[in-house]
Design a protein around this ligand. Structure first.
Ligand SMILES: [Zn+2]
Length: 193
């Protein structure tokens, strides 16, 4: 079975060793059979290209060379830190998880959907995970008193709402039943029944 790399095309990585150590970039290509990847603006090499046609001028072209996958660490899009990954199962699919708990792979969507839609979904997921992290931190920081106050006021509001909503239909029902009772009484008095 072919080796499975910890990084995928499109991931952000940081180079941790070699002449480009410390550089960050996106993974442009993966070669799992060779354990090598191509990272944006990392390991730039010069190729001397011959002109192959009238339009092709040739010359010295600079492009990315491959680097070993062990020279990079994955950057988590949620916490922004270099991380080792943990593989877990989600809905029967293997997904990569960061130390911070963020899921690094796209949520499984049916292949019939367009790739553009998937992209936006993925961005939304990342944004949501970020928001969740921020919320968790805010909760830790915020005073317990504030939380208590908020909950009290909420309860009061709820009670008011419930009281109004509950009372209104009951009184209506009461009046209607009273009316019918009165009518019946009137009939009884008249001697119709
Ligand atoms: Zn993370």
């Amino acid at each position: 079975m072919q080796n499975r790399l910890n990084v995928k095309k499109g991931d952000s990585v940081i180079v941790i060793t070699g002449k480009d150590s410390g550089k960050k970039g996106k993974v442009l290509a993966c070669y799992p059979a060779k354990n090598r990847i191509v990272v944006e603006k990392v390991n730039m090499i010069k190729r001397h290209k011959k002109p192959r046609s009238a339009q092709d001028k040739g010359g010295i072209i600079e492009r990315e060379g491959t680097i070993d996958v062990s020279n990079v660490m994955l950057l988590c899009p949620v916490c922004g830190k270099p991380t080792r990954i943990k593989n877990t199962l989600q809905d029967g699919k293997k997904v990569r998880v960061c130390k911070c708990g963020a899921i690094l792979d796209k949520k499984y969507t049916k292949p019939t959907k367009k790739t553009v839609a998937n992209k936006t979904l993925d961005e939304k997921n990342v944004a949501q995970q970020k928001a969740d992290l921020a919320k968790a931190e805010e909760k830790k920081i915020s005073d317990k008193k504030k939380v208590e106050k908020v909950s009290e006021s909420k309860v009061k509001k709820d009670v008011e709402k419930n009281g109004k909503s509950n009372v209104a239909p009951k009184s209506l029902k009461a009046t209607t039943t009273n009316k019918t009772v009165n009518k019946v009484n009137a009939r009884v008095k008249k001697g119709d029944v």
